[in-house]
Design a protein around this ligand. Structure first.
Ligand SMILES: CC(=O)SCCNC(=O)CCNC(=O)[C@H](O)C(C)(C)COP(=O)(O)OP(=O)(O)OC[C@H]1O[C@@H](n2cnc3c(N)ncnc32)[C@H](O)[C@@H]1OP(=O)(O)O
Ligand SMILES: CC(C)C(=O)C(=O)O
Length: 585
């Protein structure tokens, strides 16, 4: 009889539940953590991608309401190959005809690239193993993955077998694989064993069972062996799982001759974390699915783990650059939607609505653009863990505007989409307009609505037009003479100043008797890539870039801001002044 460390700390809770109906006393603390005070994994980092094995077509498929058809499996298989998987669990051939037929199709129609190995799962039962090898006839190389559950709950309640009897199931399964493989010597066979529910198994017992399996397979004599350690139902914190993995790696015999693989589920929401810590703890290989489909809350999501590596400067050795296509195929084959907040891939994960986030994103991006040499184009942007462009996402997604947004976000939209680079004081002015509009409509504002608000506030100065003008510079003193409409009325103005703008403003002040001062002025060329706006005037030259001029005026103690655009900087400036005046008068 095996000697196994007891793991049943029945704890008597001393306190009554706060809410009688929600009685936590029905649960017990996790009981299968090894005693590993000298654990080494916390001091390690992941510097290399593990070997990835996709189980989409098996664990993912077995959890679907409607399992995939052969056509869907084929489409998914091709995607997995394109993405770069070299090990793909294609199904459970003894479970259903479609599973068997899919294996045959892949093999007979030569769909398996030379550098890709297919894997199949089977229970430790003779007739199922026989059928499995039938399905694999003629394959160049394959992983046959056999499993039986070793957990206490399954031993006691499902199998009603003791430790030795459960170990015996594993040993028999190992022998069956060996015997069947021997009948097909032309295939390169890799054997895989999973003590299913490893994480709910006493750690020393799991080691005993695996050692017994390996005594049959003899990896030290050249048989390729993968030992997979499933957290079939995630039931502890990921650090505890990492301890279990490190304990296993330290105690299993012939560690150097076996590949240690992990297969985590997401019942507590930490499948990726468990796999990552498990790699630190010594694992070589990771099983999971794209987008995390799988039993209950799903399998460990390989997209997330791979992108986590990518975002830390480690080559994930998978090509996830065409993310939207991957997501489309996976969600169509699984017939499952993708949550908009799904890490890396969700519709909203690169989008900031809140003002301070938008402001920080805009400033970081502007900084990087101006300092690309110093930053060596290394991605380091507040609130954006990766560059959305690297996975085919556009910068349009990054900032979206609602009532939680601020001036930085609104400025970002105008800059990225329409070429207006608003100075700070103008951002403040316009953000008030946008905030009011967002509150009025009580929803997100589309970019076109923001542009429309921008135009109607600053760029449509009906009734305020410069009809004719003449500017003379006499030794630094500028004289402005012209005719304009002011609130629909045609007036003549003439003024003096040290430039066209100040002389124009002086002329308006003289005519109207108002106190007029220029507070702020800024201008820039609008990049020709932006086709914003109407043609200014008949003579405007399309080849010339337009200028945008921003003006802030104090009119009798009140502040007004205006914008003008034109191919001539002076005309843009004067139009900007008219825009501010149109709000003042
Ligand atoms: C954690 C995982 O995801 S493991 C993979 C799970 N995936 C699947 O189960 C999908 C494919 N499986 C199937 O379609 C079916 O289970 C089949 C077709 C393979 C077998 O079906 P059935 O023969 O009707 O068996 P069923 O699954 O109902 O019952 C399981 C029997 O196998 C035994 N068994 C289950 N798993 C194993 C195993 N890994 N090794 C040995 N015996 C096992 C059970 O104890 C039970 O025995 P009993 O008949 O003496 O009570
Ligand atoms: C068979 C094993 C690997 C499994 O799917 C699980 O334990 O979740």
């Amino acid at each position: 009889m095996s000697q196994v460390t007891s793991h049943s700390p029945v704890v008597e809770p001393k306190v009554k539940p706060k809410f009688e109906a929600f009685d936590f006393r029905k649960y017990q603390p996790f009981a299968f953590a090894p005693n590993l005070p000298d654990r080494t994994w916390p001091n390690k980092t992941i510097e290399k991608a593990p070997t990835w094995a996709s189980v989409d077509l098996r664990d993912g498929n077995q959890a679907l309401i409607d399992p995939m058809t052969i056509e869907q499996k084929m489409q998914f298989f091709k995607l997995l190959v394109e993405v770069g998987f070299k090990e793909i669990e294609i199904g459970f051939p003894s479970a259903a005809q479609v599973e068997f037929d899919f294996a045959r199709k892949l093999i007979e129609e030569n769909h398996i690239p030379d550098d890709v190995t297919i894997q199949v799962l089977v229970q430790a039962r003779e007739h199922l193993i026989e059928r499995t090898f039938e399905a694999l006839q003629g394959v160049r190389r394959a992983v046959v993955h056999v499993y039986n559950s070793t957990s206490k709950v399954q031993r006691d309640k499902v199998y009603a077998k003791d430790l030795e009897e459960i170990k015996e199931i594993a040993i028999k399964g190992a022998k069956m694989l060996q015997d069947h493989a021997a009948k097909h010597p032309d295939t390169e066979w890799v054997f895989q064993y999973s003590p299913e529910s490893f994480s709910q198994t006493e750690p020393d017992y799991a080691v005993q069972v695996v050692n017994a399996v390996n005594e049959v397979w003899k990896p030290e004599e050249g048989q390729q062996v993968i030992i997979n350690l499933p957290a079939t139902v995630e039931s502890s914190m990921p650090n505890v799982y990492a301890d279990q993995v490190e304990y296993f790696c330290r105690h299993v015999k012939n560690r150097e001759h076996i590949i240690v693989s992990l297969h985590t589920h997401n019942d507590r929401g930490s499948a990726v974390a468990a796999a990552e810590l498990g790699v630190l703890a010594g694992a070589d290989r990771i099983e999971g699915t794209l987008l995390g489909n799988g039993e209950r809350t799903g399998n460990m999501d390989i997209m997330i783990m791979a992108m986590n590596l990518y975002s830390q400067g480690v080559d994930p050795e998978l090509d996830l650059s065409d993310m939207s296509r991957i997501v489309q195929i996976v969600s169509e084959c699984n017939n499952l939607p993708v949550h908009p907040r799904h890490p890396y891939v969700g519709e909203l994960v690169f989008t900031a609505f809140s003002g301070s986030h938008q402001d920080a994103i805009k400033k970081s991006l502007d900084y990087n653009e101006k300092n690309s040499e110093a930053t060596q184009n290394i991605w380091d942007v507040a609130y954006l863990p990766i560059d959305p462009a690297h996975i085919g996402r556009s910068y349009q997604d990054v900032v979206r505007i609602n009532s939680q947004s601020g001036k930085g976000g609104v400025a970002y939209i105008l800059q990225r989409n329409y070429g207006f680079n608003l100075p700070r004081w103008m951002q403040i002015d316009f953000s008030r307009v946008v905030q009011q509009k967002a509150e009025d409509v009580a929803r997100e504002l589309k970019n076109e609505e923001i542009l429309e608000a921008f135009e109607s506030t600053y760029l449509q100065n009906s009734g305020y037009e410069l009809l004719d003008h003449n500017i003379n510079n006499k030794g630094g003193e500028v004289e402005f003479n012209g005719q304009m409409t002011l609130n629909g009325e045609t007036i003549d103005i003439s003024g003096h100043g040290n430039g066209p703008l100040s002389s124009f403003i002086d002329g308006v002040a003289r005519h109207t008797g108002k106190q007029l001062h220029i507070i702020n002025y800024s201008e820039h060329a609008i990049s020709p890539e932006f086709t914003y706006g109407e043609e200014d005037e008949a003579q405007s030259d399309k080849t010339n870039a337009k200028a945008a001029a921003y003006i802030q005026l104090n009119v009798d103690g009140e502040i007004y801001s205006g914008i003008g655009t034109h191919t001539s900087t002076v005309s843009a400036m004067l139009k900007g002044a008219l825009s501010a005046l149109s709000q003042a008068f």
